[in-house]
Design a protein around this ligand. Structure first.
Ligand SMILES: Nc1ncnc2c1ncn2[C@@H]1O[C@H](COP(=O)(O)OP(=O)(O)OP(=O)(O)O)[C@@H](O)[C@H]1O
Ligand SMILES: [Mg+2]
Length: 511
């Protein structure tokens, strides 16, 4: 077929005997946006790593035909030379380097090993503009939010000559506005003749921009959808999960009781710029059994709020009161925060959530060693037993609890983070984007667990940029706007528009 840019034929890939891909055939047409969907661990990233040469030709069975040529890639360079560029699910920028150095790392502009600084900066500015990130290219990457880093990754991809762009969950770290910008960007690339393959768990995005969809389930192709129509989303979910899933959110069963957690006049300065208040006189409370949502645009301070409450992991000069059951608690270090009954599930599992090179069971018990130790000695059998319980509870896909976390699929890594904090059995559980990169079926499981925790009389704080998720799960929502509480909405009155208004600092009179 003329119009086919890519044909992957009968791809089989195993990891020490376990098949991640089983005879998968996958076609992409020139100029289309092709979505690749499936549950966590289905094999999506693996298929794209096969395509981009991350796994060299000798490590899988099957054929790759690109522009009617059979290809054997031995590394990522080989595929890039043909215009196949992948942006991986896990961000891979080097934090202690500038944006511009990251963009051109290994791909420097210049002659005879002399880097042409001037043209490098000019080109970096052009690329940053292309992705809508108008920052100084000399900014250090460690100063950027996760979302901004994702945009730098895309700019980096476009420093190469892209014909087929592979985006592995590009919007999972972005808020609504940024996601929308990115999707527009992909549509613009499409108008320029660039073909894209996009992996995403956000089905509304898939519906909005893709021309065709391939669904993978347990390493096999479960569905090929050639036309996007009204019933497509339901069909996708069914092919992914293997059954109908009519409700995305479980019924709430928790009973809301007395106020247990309270923060008063919380104010935190920027760590470098002491005069700048990142959190400004924030007061809020959470009742037992209540799920309180926190909404806010990126940069609004919602994550900084959580980080500053939990062990002062962010900011300087924090002041205000933090009370649990009416008593002041000390959360000035992470271990004091944990001892006081707080737990924080981070939005950035790579930075703060997991020890990637360690096993599932060690990661799960990391913050709860006292619960599995006797006289200071860790009871290994107990550790394994507990990890095994969480594996089943959250349906974590791993060969065993002894598997190294790094080799789990992205969504399954997130479930390990969640297990770790659930095991610490907190009074107040702060969840920061807990379902990022999680498939629809597993999201439902996580929502059920959130409801269970609330039913056990705990206080849950759910920070999310996914407004439908807040509407589906939260009893009340606080919207943060520029470090202040911009508004509070209860479940009964909540709508996306209203929350958004408060997030943007637009008062109800509409000024
Ligand atoms: N390096 C590895 N070693 C061992 N097993 C691996 C490795 N990489 C992936 N796997 C396994 O292969 C399967 C497919 O993983 P993959 O990362 O492709 O899933 P995915 O569809 O991208 O999921 P997600 O939506 O969570 O990102 C999983 O069971 C995973 O544990
Ligand atoms: Mg993946």
């Amino acid at each position: 077929m003329d119009n086919t840019i890519l044909e992957m034929v009968n791809i089989t890939k195993d990891f020490s005997g376990v098949k991640a891909l089983d005879n998968v055939s996958f076609n992409v047409e020139k100029g289309e946006v092709h979505a690749l969907c499936g549950e966590n661990g289905a094999g999506k990233s693996t298929l794209m790593k096969v395509l981009s040469g991350v796994y060299p030709n000798a490590e899988f069975d099957g054929e790759i035909i690109y522009n009617n040529q059979k290809c054997e890639f031995n590394n990522i360079r080989d595929s890039e030379n043909l215009g196949i560029v992948i942006i991986h699910q896990e961000l891979a920028l080097i934090p202690d380097m500038t944006i511009v150095d990251n963009i051109f790392l290994g791909n420097e502009i210049g002659k005879h090993q002399i880097v042409d600084q001037y043209h490098t900066i000019v080109e970096a500015k052009r690329l940053l503009k292309l992705v809508g990130l108008e920052l100084d290219p000399l900014t250090m990457v460690n100063k950027l939010s996760v979302g901004q880093q994702q945009l730098v990754e895309i700019a980096k991809a476009f420093s190469k000559d892209v014909k087929l762009l592979i985006l592995d969950e590009p919007t999972s770290a972005l808020n609504e506005t940024e996601s929308e910008n990115l999707l527009n960007l992909i549509m613009k690339f499409k108008a320029d003749g660039i073909t894209s393959i996009m992996i995403s768990h956000k089905l509304n995005e898939v519906m909005a921009i893709s021309d065709r969809i391939t669904v993978i389930r347990d390493g096999k192709v479960a569905d090929n959808i050639d036309e996007i129509e009204a019933g497509t989303e339901m069909r996708m979910v069914k092919s992914m999960v293997g059954r109908d899933l009519t409700n995305r959110y479980p019924e709430k069963t928790a009973k809301i009781k007395e106020k247990i957690f309270e923060v008063k006049n919380w104010t935190v300065s920027h760590p470098q710029d002491i005069d700048k208040k990142v959190i400004d006189d924030v007061s809020f409370h959470v009742k037992a059994g209540e799920v309180v949502g926190v909404a806010g645009l990126m940069g609004s301070g919602r994550t900084e709020l959580a980080l500053s409450l939990f062990g002062r992991m962010y900011g300087a000069n924090a002041s205000g009161e933090i009370k649990l059951h009416g008593k002041d608690i000390d959360t000035s270090t992470v271990s004091k925060a944990i001892d006081s009954g707080l737990a924080y599930v981070t939005e950035d599992r790579k930075e703060q959530g997991l020890i990637l090179i360690d096993t599932v069971n060690h990661n799960v018990s990391l913050t709860s060693l006292d619960k599995i130790a006797k006289h200071g000695v860790i009871d290994t059998n107990k550790e394994i037993k507990v990890a095994e319980e969480y594996r089943q509870l959250l349906n974590i896909r791993t060969h065993s609890v002894h598997q190294v976390v790094e080799s789990l699929s992205g969504g399954n890594q997130q479930k390990v983070v969640l297990s770790k904090w659930l095991m610490s059995d907190p009074e107040v559980l702060i969840l920061d984007e807990p379902t990022r990169g999680i498939d629809v079926g597993a999201k439902y499981e996580i929502y059920k667990i959130i409801d269970d925790i609330a039913s056990a009389g705990k206080a849950v704080i759910l920070i999310s940029s996914d407004l439908p998720e807040l509407l589906g799960m939260a009893d009340r929502v606080y919207a943060i706007n520029e470090g202040k509480i911009g508004g509070e909405v209860d479940r009964e009155h909540a709508s996306e528009e209203l929350i958004m208004k408060h997030m943007l600092g637009i008062s109800e009179e509409g000024n």
